[in-house]
Write a protein that binds this ligand. Structure first.
Ligand SMILES: Cc1cc2nc3c(=O)[nH]c(=O)nc-3n(C[C@H](O)[C@H](O)[C@H](O)COP(=O)(O)OP(=O)(O)OC[C@H]3O[C@@H](n4cnc5c(N)ncnc54)[C@H](O)[C@@H]3O)c2cc1C
Length: 617
């Protein structure tokens, strides 16, 4: 039974019966875990989600309207503290506040990262169950793939069925149209020496290709976590979803004596839109899936975290776990954009109201046109694409020399976490020296993409190259500053705090420029708009980047899966240290950032979490 709204009168309301599993956050991983657990009809599962069900909103289900939900009530719009290395700017990190979480508002790009990066998760934990090989079954079980048709194959889509799932949940397919500039760009990148990817989900993404999308290709609509894990199962009477309900904290048992001192969750407290507070009893477990910013907030409000931070916020400490909210990593997004001689670009959707009307009609009539997909051509960059061997050696040597100092500086004084971050850096530098750490994604924007508002840029057509830092070494944090569940956290991704991040990113900007001005794409190039051709030195480029870059909304790591002696928050069964029955399943458990758009990876985490719980670990 799916309950999208509960109507409760009074201040404290307790459900009569406990739910075996209470999932906090009905987002990407949360719905995957909840739906999989509810396959067992003998258990009851409740999901508590802060946002509404928005599956009937055109800006959600029409792929090409991506972007319209940003800055609305469907978006948490988390704001960072002033970023020291970005001219003290506050950056807005978007995240879905709706059933489906960020998959209800994201760009639907659905690739996977490099095998070796997932293997670092296992290595950090000395546990081979968290490696590419062991995650692949969960990538597959999350996926209901539709292979490309002849038109898509002719357009350049490559697909390796051996790495995909065909009986899973998230509908994955390919666009039914492609912009001319994307096809020119792929040829350009190939001409620069890149291999064409056999499949961007095969764990070897150092290539160029057309990414899969999370899309229902039968009707060209977005397939988010609701489409995948809720809609097909509305007849389950053991699967309840409470929307518009913000969890304020977990309530613990007073009696810890029989549980080896581990605290035991017995209720979850939440606040409804009408400000009524309610509690839901927990039979077996709580799974926190509130996302990389939301999850540490819920843990800290519940008394699990750094006791000094909790005391200052007015929260009593139940478990002193000082690394909650630390190890925050995020992908940094920059651009090189240029004027193009091509007439048909996505710019027309914003610049020409009649074009938008025409495309909406096309989508409604037969699900075609530029609104019917978000075609994404991308290349994942290796260090050898950016530097010669001696340049790279010099950069890596500097990072080795400062390794301990940098790890300490990112650890908030916690010796264990300093060791954990140092271990991550060792892995990163080792992968760099094997050309396997992939620092950047360059993807093609078939329109203007950049920092200037519509009114501040020439009304022309554009080709842009999104240049995204994918293997950051900078680490930040997010913490509550108040016991109020509605107060925003102090969110500090600490962008560009590690010098290697800046070196990689600026080299990526140069490569993006090379792509725009190399044949055959160069035949459409009518001059760079931003950063601007006059900015030629690294110093000028970096100055522009500090003033303009933003986030790719791929934040990870704030409830990291690492051993406690390396500053972890959860173990490899995703259990929060110091608790008996609370786990985390979402992007926050990712201990070491990976070079991909995150949703496919987060779904795999949700699938694996359900598997772990079902197997009684
Ligand atoms: C604008 C945007 C574009 C993106 N584009 C892509 C893309 O193209 N491809 C890709 O793979 N990835 C993309 N991503 C990233 C990807 O979508 C996320 O990394 C991933 O979905 C995160 O999953 P999650 O389960 O960790 O969190 P979420 O999916 O965000 O789920 C967290 C859920 O918890 C809820 N919640 C939070 N706090 C509380 C609380 N106190 N009480 C109750 N509920 C709460 C939230 O409302 C949300 O529903 C994008 C993200 C954004 C925001």
């Amino acid at each position: 039974m799916i309950v999208f709204q509960v109507y409760i009168v009074g201040v404290f309301v307790t459900f009569a019966n406990a739910f075996d599993y209470v999932v906090i956050g009905g987002g990407t991983a949360g719905l995957a875990v909840a739906s999989r657990l509810s396959e067992d009809s003998s258990v009851s599962v409740a999901v508590i989600e802060a946002g509404p069900n928005v599956e009937d909103l055109p800006e959600v289900f029409i792929p090409g309207l991506f972007g319209l939900s940003l800055g609305t009530s469907l978006d948490w719009q988390y704001t960072t503290v002033p970023q020291q290395n970005l001219n003290s700017r506050n950056i807005t990190i978007h995240a879905g506040k709706a059933l489906g979480g960020s998959t209800a508002i994201n760009g639907m790009i659905f690739p996977r990262a490099a095998k070796q990066q997932y293997d670092v998760w296992g290595a950090l934990n000395n546990d081979t169950s968290w490696t590419w090989d062991e995650l692949l079954p969960f990538f597959k079980s999350s996926e209901l793939a539709t292979p490309p048709n002849q038109f898509q194959t002719d357009a350049g889509v490559r697909f390796d069925p051996s790495v995909h799932g065909f009986t899973g949940r998230v509908q994955v397919g390919f666009p039914n149209f492609f912009f001319e500039q994307a096809q020119l760009w792929e040829k350009t990148v190939e001409g620069l020496g890149f291999q064409i990817s056999p499949d961007l989900a095969d764990g070897n993404p150092h290539t160029v290709g057309i990414a899969p999308n999370s899309i229902n290709t039968a009707n060209n609509t977005r397939c988010d976590a609701v489409c995948a894990y809720v809609t097909p199962f509305t007849n389950r009477t053991n699967f309840d979803i409470i929307t518009n309900a913000t969890v304020s904290r977990i309530i613990w048992s007073n009696d810890t004596s029989k549980d080896d001192g581990l605290v035991r969750a017995v209720q979850v407290e939440y606040i409804l839109a009408n400000e009524t507070t309610a509690r839901i009893p927990v039979g077996r477990e709580v799974i926190v899936s509130a996302g990389t910013v939301g999850t540490p907030k819920v843990l800290e409000l519940s008394g699990i975290g750094n006791s000094t931070i909790l005391r200052d916020a007015g929260v009593e400490t139940l478990v002193d776990l000082p690394t909650v909210g630390e190890n925050l990593a995020d992908h940094v997004h920059s651009w090189v954009n240029s004027f193009t001689s091509l007439n048909l670009t996505q710019d027309l959707l914003l610049e020409d109201p009649s074009f938008l009307t025409e495309q909406l009609a096309l989508w409604s009539e037969n699900r075609t046109g530029v609104l019917s997909a978000i075609p994404s051509s991308l290349s994942i960059i290796a260090p050898s694409d950016l530097f010669n061997a001696s340049e790279l050696d010099a950069l890596l040597e500097q990072s080795r020399a400062s390794l301990t100092e940098m790890a300490n500086s990112f650890s908030n004084g916690n010796e264990n976490l300093a060791k954990g971050i140092a271990a991550q850096f060792e892995h990163a530098l080792s992968l760099y020296s094997q050309n396997k750490q992939l620092p950047l994604e360059l993807n093609l924007g078939s329109s203007y993409v950049g920092p200037s508002a519509l009114s501040q840029r020439p009304n022309r057509t554009y080709t842009s190259i999104n240049t995204v830092l994918y293997a950051p070494l900078s680490r930040g944090s997010t913490h509550i500053t108040s016991s109020s569940p509605v107060a925003p956290p102090a969110l500090d991704p600490n962008y560009y705090a590690h010098p290697l991040d800046i070196a990689m990113h600026v080299a990526g900007m140069r490569l993006a420029r090379r792509m725009l001005t190399s044949p055959p794409l160069s035949s459409t190039f009518l001059g760079e708009f931003e950063p601007g051709a006059e900015k030629t030195s690294d110093e000028q480029l970096v100055a522009w980047m500090r003033a303009n870059v933003t986030t790719d909304q791929h934040e990870t790591g704030t409830a990291s899966m690492m051993p406690r002696e390396l500053g972890g928050v959860v173990d490899t069964n995703l259990k929060v240290y110091g608790t008996q029955n609370v786990r985390v399943a979402d992007a926050s458990i990712i201990p070491f950032p990976v070079s991909a758009h995150m949703s496919a990876t987060v779904y795999a985490i949700g699938e694996k979490a359900a598997h772990i719980i079902k197997s009684g670990k």
